[in-house]
Design a protein around this ligand. Sequence first.
Ligand SMILES: [Zn+2]
Ligand SMILES: [Zn+2]
Length: 121
Amino acid sequence: MKCVKCGAELRRVRIEEVTVDQCLDCSGIWFDLGELEDVLAKDEIECLRNRIDNNAGHDEMTAPCPVCGGEGNMVLVKDPTHGLHIDTCPVCYGHWLDGGEFDILKSKGLLAGILSIFRNI
Ligand SMILES: [Zn+2]
Ligand SMILES: [Zn+2]
């Protein structure tokens, strides 16, 4: 699977029982449906955060989903209350977090908020 942002190859990264795909170049992480929730539920935020470089800064995504591709581009789901924006596939409901976005989530203590966003999609 290729990175949706820079095209580099994604590698499988195992975080406890959850395996996600992380870009070797930009440190973005792809979560299949349910994977992000699993990671958060297992309180592995710190573990995941340590795998992300300080590569903060968000680019709005227009590329097709790396999993199901072609069925429509990723959409940016915004939460105006918390200022969050998460790239989400409208077809398979996978999520993409740019490198550093987990830091932002953690620093703002908005993990509960982001989970509620996903449930509402
Ligand atoms: Zn990348
Ligand atoms: Zn998809």
